[in-house]
Design a protein around this ligand. Sequence first.
Ligand code: 3PY
Ligand code: MG
Length: 230
Amino acid sequence: MQLPDASVAEIMGRAGYDWVAIDMEHGAIAHHQLPNIFRALELGSTLPLVRLAEGTAKECKQALDAGAGGVIVPMIETAAQLIRLRDNCRWPPTGTRGVGFSRANHFGEAFDSYAIEAQEPLLIAMIEHIRTLEELDLILQVRGLDAIFIGPYDLSASMGLTGQFEAVEFSRAVETIRLRCTEHGVACGLHVVMPDISILQQRLSEGYLLIAYSIDAVFMHSACKNPKQV
Ligand code: 3PY
Ligand code: MG
């Protein structure tokens, strides 16, 4: 979701997605808007995740305190960066995130049960640069990493092939990431940005386990421009 509106979240939540990620990297959604967007998503039993801009300590605690089930963090390139991120997301003793009453623990009412949950919120690392393939085995061994999420635009841009998803070198890089994830027993996912059911089915059959399908704004302009296909 990139559109900053709880009604959009309500529609998407009731559409039956397992999870919806709020895009705080490229979307126009501010921290104070998260609680109402999350409440709206939860009307449809959809798990709210947040794609952070960078994964700083402040961003992690604000998104998780607002009630995100986990974070998706762009541009992870090293194991050390991922470990810092993991620590930013977890309460002590396993991490360094500040402890406090917030929406995530029902403003203190569910403090004890949340203290356990806050040891391991979902941690999803985006792989978006070709040079990260050299560090990938170390990244995949970081304890607490739940999944890898490939950003096709940034990954292709890092190869000088921006948006050229048919390019052989790009397909090879994507497949290498997926295979390495399988070897390490880590779920692999990616963003199918343009809504296309045949590509979605192909990615599912290849074994991707965490697929973001399009973006609210893209669904809307596809429907406006080409209503017959929606
Ligand atoms: C990318 O393609 O780079 C993305 O971040 C998609 O979400
Ligand atoms: Mg990206």
